[in-house]
Design a protein around this ligand. Structure first.
Ligand SMILES: [Cu+2]
Length: 156
């Protein structure tokens, strides 16, 4: 009896430690009609080492984690299995770098809309938890700091 109680307390403690993963300034790049993919960007921070392992959103049929990199003067993007959120340092998802890729969009994502995104974060102990994010949609010409993200994806 007592052992069960202690075990469940431990689970609670582990969960609340992870719950400190925070998301700042989440946003999604607006799309033009018939565009099939766009990117979501945000700043992640955590007091303990964590990793973003997946994401999903009702606006997209498929959601992946991507990394964008310059390779021989060409901007390339590829799926990554996870994005590390180092303790205290955090991770920045931004145009030209890591991002959440929203694909197979179910409709146009318009400026002023809010896009719900569910992030799955894994702690060092392998425990996972979800973080709900409401991302604001910003115009297509929001500062990109890199290649045109939407255009790149048409070639996928
Ligand atoms: Cu991408």
């Amino acid at each position: 009896m007592q052992r069960t109680l202690i075990a469940s307390l431990f689970v609670l403690a582990a969960t609340s430690a992870l719950a400190q993963v925070t998301v700042k300034d989440p946003w999604v790049r607006a799309t033009v009609p018939h565009q099939t993919a766009t990117g979501a960007f945000m700043q992640l921070s955590s007091p303990a080492d964590a990793k973003l392992v997946s994401a999903s959103s009702p606006v997209a049929g498929v959601t992946e984690l991507h990394e964008m990199k310059m390779e021989k003067d060409v901007m390339k993007m590829r799926p990554v299995p996870g994005i590390a959120i180092p303790a205290g340092k955090g991770a920045e998802l931004k145009p030209g770098g890591y991002h959440v890729m929203l694909m197979n969009l179910k409709g146009q994502v318009k400026e002023g809309d809010t896009v719900p995104i569910t992030l799955v974060v894994e702690g060092k102990d392998g425990k996972r938890e979800t973080v709900e994010v409401k991302a604001a949609v910003r115009p297509l010409n929001a500062p990109a700091g890199g290649a045109d993200h939407g255009g790149m994806h048409m070639k996928h």
